[in-house]
Design a protein around this ligand. Structure first.
Ligand SMILES: *Cc1c(COP(=O)(O)O)cnc(C)c1O
Length: 219
């Protein structure tokens, strides 16, 4: 499946969702082709690849990290990252806060929530996320802002299962709205990839992460 960027934009614009073009494994020249069509938000899943591409590519790109982040690598991305989709512990949140305080930034993050019925995906359960959000210390993290949640559905052809997983995350997103704090301003729901972004948007996603449908299959 390879869609034109215009047709993806057209769909997302009608539904009020933002596109993060997932450029992992793709070389700078291919990213520039998409950039030249107007796309400015790109996402990567590895810290090293993200920092290399940040250095090499135009500085008006907003870079998102969508993959697992280890605490010891946070410092490499805090100077420039615009959204981290994959926060899965309070410890990681504290480290992002510590590193962004050093450079006087406030970094936007999402909590990655585990919604799939698979063993391999990272993320917090709904209960763990509730616990994290009720942690009194969250309010003392002045250099991060939790802007919402990210979730990935199970890799399956069962569209009903995918829809139910997205629906469960939207309902969690709605549930925690009243917990709002200076450091918790949930307005982003990052759900949907190449194969399931329309289902995700129908279920309330306002940010989709699309790689292969734009760039073609990865090797
Ligand atoms: C690779 C990746 C995507 C994009 O996947 P496609 O199926 O190529 O659209 C989205 N989100 C995350 C977290 C990814 O790692």
């Amino acid at each position: 499946m390879h869609e034109t960027l215009a047709s993806i934009y057209n769909y997302l614009q009608t539904h009020g969702a933002t596109l993060v073009a997932i450029s992992k494994t793709k070389p700078p020249e291919e990213i520039l082709k998409v950039y030249d069509q107007g796309q400015r938000i790109f996402g990567e899943n590895k810290v090293q690849e993200l920092t290399d591409k940040y250095v090499e590519l135009p500085k008006d790109i907003q870079w998102h990290l969508v993959g697992h982040l280890q605490s010891n690598k946070v410092k490499y991305i805090t100077p420039f990252v615009s959204l981290i989709h994959s926060v899965d512990s309070f410890k990681l949140l504290e480290e992002i806060n510590r590193q962004s305080a050093k450079i006087n930034r406030v970094i936007d993050v999402l909590l990655q929530i585990y919604i799939a019925k698979e063993e391999t995906k990272f993320g917090l359960s709904f209960d763990e996320a509730r616990e994290l959000l009720r942690e009194p210390k969250v309010n003392s993290l002045h250099h991060i802002c939790i802007r919402g949640m990210m979730g990935m559905s199970t890799f399956t052809d069962d569209q009903i299962q995918i829809r139910n997983e997205f629906r469960s995350l939207k309902s969690f997103f709605d549930e925690v709205q009243p917990l709002r704090l200076a450091s918790f301003q949930p307005d982003i729901l990052s759900m949907g990839m190449s194969g399931d972004y329309k289902i995700a948007v129908e279920e309330g996603s306002n940010m989709v992460r699309i790689g292969s449908a734009i760039f073609g299959e990865r090797k």
